[in-house]
Ligand binder design. Structure first.
Ligand code: ZN
Length: 275
């Protein structure tokens, strides 16, 4: 699933083009993609978007009159593309906005399952829809992170991915961040020393920033990730082969030398069965 760096790179790329011209045609939308019916999509026609915003892993496109917000969650396989007039696009996009002059914003989703969503909301409804999300992970800082860590004791990998606690990080960037911070994914939040909290806060910012810079230049997953999905490849710090462990419904990648003092993490799903 695209996370903060990926979605923020798209936001920056879309911000200017989507606000250049008013919308002349909104829709059609796939029945599974459009999550709201009132107001109808046609309410967007004749209005202009003020740009692209991001909240956690979602994109928001408010109208410049302040009355409506198009909220988009791309989930795993959804992609938004801005097409110039005449540029070929998909025959049946999951969602489409056509702008004056013929350029388009189209949402496509690979695979048969339609999981990406589009909501057309008024600003109060949009606020409610996003109210459960914690502060943006980028720029969180050591002080707020320390407060979060002291609230409840839980494993770092799962805390980083909890959108109610901080928003924008998923399993890929949790792997990258914990490796950079040289912390075990299984370490408990309350066991962190002040130094470790500071290291983690620094790792969140530097890894998300590194990811954003790479994604803005169009880098693919293989070039962007250094730990995630790199089983058996040498750690970029110490050369130890990257290890993998299954945890809850996720797979974690880590370096046993840099992060766990040489220990191989046990599969928690398996050990639960054997207990
Ligand atoms: Zn290492």
């Amino acid at each position: 699933m695209p996370e903060l760096p990926e979605v923020e790179a798209w936001r920056r790329a879309l911000d200017e083009p989507v606000s250049a011209f008013p919308i002349v045609k909104a829709g059609p939308a796939h029945v599974a993609t459009l999550k709201t019916f009132d107001p109808p999509l046609s309410a967007l026609e004749g209005r202009r978007l003020s740009g692209a915003e991001r909240r956690a892993k979602r994109l928001l496109f408010p109208t410049d009159d302040g009355e409506l917000v198009v909220l988009v969650h791309l989930m795993t396989a959804g992609r938004l593309r801005y097409l110039q007039f005449g540029e070929r696009g998909p025959k049946t996009p999951a969602f489409r906005l056509v702008f004056e002059g013929g350029s388009q914003l189209v949402l496509t989703e690979a695979g048969a399952k339609k999981r990406a969503g589009v909501w057309l909301l008024n600003p109060e409804e949009a606020e409610q829809e996003l109210a459960h999300l914690g502060p943006d992970a980028l720029g969180l800082g050591a002080e707020r992170l320390a407060a979060i860590c002291s609230e409840e004791s839980r494993r770092l990998h799962s805390m980083l991915r909890d959108q109610r606690v901080m928003s924008g990080i998923g399993r890929a960037w949790a792997n990258e961040i914990l490796h950079h911070a040289q912390l075990s994914p299984y370490e408990l939040t309350r066991d962190l020393t002040t130094d470790e909290v500071e290291r983690l806060a620094e790792a969140i910012d530097s890894e998300l920033t590194r990811g954003l810079e790479l994604r803005e230049r169009g880098a693919n997953d293989k070039r962007t990730y250094r730990v995630h999905d790199k089983l058996g490849e040498p750690c970029y710090v110490c050369g130890t082969p990257i290890a993998r462990v299954d945890f809850e419904e996720h797979t974690i990648y880590y370096c046993p030398e840099c992060q766990t003092g040489g220990r191989i993490l046990k599969d928690r799903r398996l050990s639960r069965l054997l207990r």
